[in-house]
Design a binder for this molecule. Structure first.
Ligand code: COA
Length: 445
């Protein structure tokens, strides 16, 4: 079977940032540690007035195409995953292709373009579509650009306001990839849920507490399905476990649940039995409530053990480094988590070739997916090319008043004429409206 996976990845953050403990917390009258320790976030990234889902997607894609020396005719597919689309008919991928064509002077007329929607899991679904297109042999040697791009803004005053973010991740999917190869095994957990939705509205309606519970329930189902498909979930068999990261505190909960589930019946459970006992089994309880209480107590005790803490610090924490500084990027979040982990391994001088990742994606509404990936020999050269640190450092740090202006500038219901805070250079910018209400773009040298 052909080896298919991610050949290269590029990241583009919004050019503005909001300091959560320093600027947001005092205005909200909250303890800064609610954000840094509770949610696990230090800052959010925001789009400047000339940025949107198209500019960020096109900027990440141009960087990727230039450094991989690709021409438009090498690309047979452009899929965009987003939950921030501004058009119910014309897909974002057509706008992105239009931007790239302006720079290349040649076209993507033979590339299949589309847009995927299923909340934050759509990026992973698009990867899957590209995988299937290539594995079926219909790609004729061409590659797929899979782009996850979002401006994750909430209504002012919504509990989700602290978790906002904006950015794009472009991934090149190809045969014999340089970065990671996908496993054939996959697991799904999917149910009709009402936890987060945008019924033809810009900002989401969110039941935040419920969305946390739905995330955990669907992730657990996906894990069981992955195991049923023959997938291995032993926690020690993975170098990193990138999860969808709406905020790092969510991943802390998901990791504890996943670890507890996966260690059941393993040598680790036996080794820990003297310290915290064995996991409660449902058949030992007449009452479901009592079982749930017992399993919660066991999970809490487990997360306090040195064994768990070491595992978490090694396998999960490095996936959160970038997310802590940018907030939620919706469809791109899990892909940022993967990149963050690989970047951390590069910095630590770890050799990851042949090591495996277990990737847990989630989208509200709701669906989770789990698959494994194997790190390829070219990973170091690929990750070395990322300039995410520079991008994060160069962001303009917003004051509270400026944050309010930027939020208004991106609010479709507010008339705003605020000036940009940064000066674009070597990037695509939003350039006003066309005669049919379409958004227009241009490249600024
Ligand atoms: N020091 C340390 N931790 C603190 C703290 C402090 N001073 N104050 C609060 N915390 C902790 C809380 O205990 C909680 O942690 P826990 O869940 O482990 O108990 C965490 O910080 C968040 O506090 P909480 O009061 O629950 O925050 P909130 O009600 O304002 O909002 C969400 C939390 C997730 C509901 C909100 O951010 C949201 O709606 N987000 C959007 C939806 C989302 O991202 N869902 C995730 C699934 S996709």
């Amino acid at each position: 079977m052909t080896s298919v996976g991610i050949d290269a990845i590029e990241i583009w953050t919004g050019n503005l940032t909001l300091d959560l403990p320093g600027t947001f917390a005092p205005e909200k009258g909250e303890d800064p540690e609610k954000y840094t320790k509770g949610l696990g976030l230090h800052a959010s990234s925001f789009p400047d007035t000339y940025e949107d889902i198209v500019t960020m997607a096109a900027n990440a894609s141009l960087r990727l195409m230039e450094r991989k020396d690709l021409e438009p005719e090498d690309v047979g597919r452009i899929d965009v995953a987003t939950e921030s689309a501004f058009d119910n008919s014309k897909p974002v991928s057509t706008y992105v292709a239009g931007c790239l064509e302006e720079v290349y002077g040649s076209d993507f007329h033979h590339a299949n373009k589309g847009e995927r929607k299923f909340a934050c899991i759509a990026g992973t679904q698009s990867l899957n579509d590209a995988y299937n297109w290539i594995a079926s042999g219909r790609n004729r040697g061409r590659k797929a650009l899979v782009i996850a791009t979002d401006t994750a803004l909430y209504a002012r005053g919504d509990a989700g306001e602290a978790t906002q973010g904006a950015g794009a991740v472009t991934m090149l999917v190809d045969e014999d990839p340089d970065l990671v190869e996908f496993s054939a095994e996959q697991g799904y957990g999917s149910a009709d849920e009402t936890d987060f939705l945008k019924p033809n509205q810009q900002f989401p309606s969110v039941d935040g507490k419920r969305s946390v519970q739905v995330y955990l329930a669907r992730m657990r189902e996906a894990m069981e399905d992955f195991e049923a498909a023959g997938g291995d979930t032993h926690p020690d068999n993975f170098a990193y476990i990138p999860f969808h990261t709406p905020f790092p505190g969510m991943v802390r909960k998901a990791a504890a649940l996943g670890y507890r589930h996966a260690l059941r019946g393993t040598d680790i459970e036996s080794d820990l039995a003297d310290e915290i006992g064995r996991q409660p089994r449902p058949e030992a309880f007449d009452d479901q409530e009592e079982y749930l209480e017992a399993i919660k107590e066991y999970t809490d005790a487990l997360t306090e053990t040195d064994h768990y803490r070491d595992w978490y610090a090694r396998t999960v924490d490095p996936t959160l480094d970038v997310s802590r500084e940018v907030g939620n990027w919706y469809t791109a979040s899990v892909h940022l988590a993967r990149a963050s982990a690989l970047r951390s391994a590069l910095d630590a001088g770890t050799d990851l070739t042949g090591e495996r990742l277990l990737v847990g994606s989630y989208g509200s509404g709701a669906q989770a997916e789990i698959h494994a990936e194997t790190v390829q020999p070219g990973w170091r050269d690929e990750i070395h090319q990322l300039n995410v640190e520079e991008q994060l450092e160069e962001r303009y740090d917003l004051s509270w008043d400026e944050y309010e202006q930027v939020h208004d500038a991106h609010n479709h219901d507010v008339d705003s004429d605020v000036e940009s805070f940064t000066t674009p250079s070597g990037e695509f910018v939003f350039d006003g409206w066309g005669r049919m209400g379409e958004r227009q773009y241009r490249y600024v040298e």
